[in-house]
Design a protein around this ligand. Structure first.
Ligand code: ATP
Length: 250
């Protein structure tokens, strides 16, 4: 089943900047798709349009058979950004329960669901902690848990691990893949500058051209999940990374 479809989608900002031009893209349920490209090529703009935060200037964009606004209202999509954006005065558990609180779910359900996702990201012991008591990697896990709490069908992740050190980053990549294994058929769209990260995580890597961004090519990572250290050190991994880096240069 197709979950996201872009046909000749373009975005020109009010100041005249053409951020995206004629993007065509079709994403199937369960895909893990990474977008890589030079800074300013319009990766975030594509995400903002697909998640209903900004309207395309031209073209057609369909998500889960409807508009991004509909998908957003029915909590079928969720976003994670580079900044964890947690409420500083609220416990980890209540930060995570926030989307359910806004939907006026019962307190019982809020707590049950928060506990479910806290377990998923391995932070059950920190349920009552405040964000300032957490490391950068833990804050990002909370942010991921908050995105997962309403069981979205599509998860948008815009450079979520960009601000983390390499070791934390790799362990969060493994955790994300483990979560994906447990979260049936969730589709993940992921922006990164890092070819290693894109290859490790995705089954499809979209390479974008410099601004105005177009999708220049797609590289399929034909390696089954679950993936782990064996894949990171396998010659195929290096070959895929070179292929992605090479297409970024053209
Ligand atoms: N609200 C806006 N108004 C005007 N121009 C904008 C706006 N948002 C983004 N742009 C411009 O559109 C282009 C694409 O921006 P976008 O943030 O989508 O790129 P990106 O590929 O995500 O960049 P980066 O990798 O640096 O995060 C850039 O030139 C940027 O300056």
């Amino acid at each position: 089943m197709q979950v996201l479809d872009l046909k000749n989608v373009s975005k020109t900002y009010r100041n005249g900047t053409i951020a995206v031009q004629d993007a065509n893209l079709s994403i199937r349920e369960g895909d893990f798709v990474s977008f890589v490209g030079p800074s300013g090529c319009g990766k975030s703009t594509i995400f903002r349009m697909a998640s209903g935060l900004s309207a395309p200037s031209a073209g057609q964009l369909e998500i889960l058979g409807g508009t991004p606004e509909q998908a957003r209202k029915s909590n079928e999509i969720a976003c994670v950004f580079q900044e964890a954006t947690l409420l500083p005065w609220v416990s980890v558990r209540d930060n995570i329960a926030l989307p359910l609180q806004l939907r006026k779910e019962s307190r019982k359900r809020q707590l049950e669901e928060a506990e479910r996702v806290l377990r998923l990201v391995g932070l059950l012991d920190y349920a009552k902690a405040l964000p300032r008591e957490l490391s950068g990697g833990m804050k990002m896990r909370v942010s991921i848990a908050r995105a997962l709490v309403a069981k979205p069908r599509i998860l948008f992740m815009d450079e979520p691990f960009g601000a983390l050190d390499e070791i934390t980053r790799q362990s969060l990549q493994d955790e994300l893949l483990a979560i994906r294994q447990k979260t049936e058929r969730m589709t993940i769209l992921f922006v990164t500058h890092n070819a290693f990260e894109a290859v490790y995580l995705s089954n499809r890597v979209m390479v974008m051209t410099p601004r105005p961004g177009k999708i220049a090519g797609e590289i399929g990572i034909d390696v089954p999940y679950p993936r782990g250290e064996r894949f990171r050190s396998h010659p195929d991994f290096g070959r895929y990374v070179s292929q992605v880096s090479e297409s970024l240069r053209h």
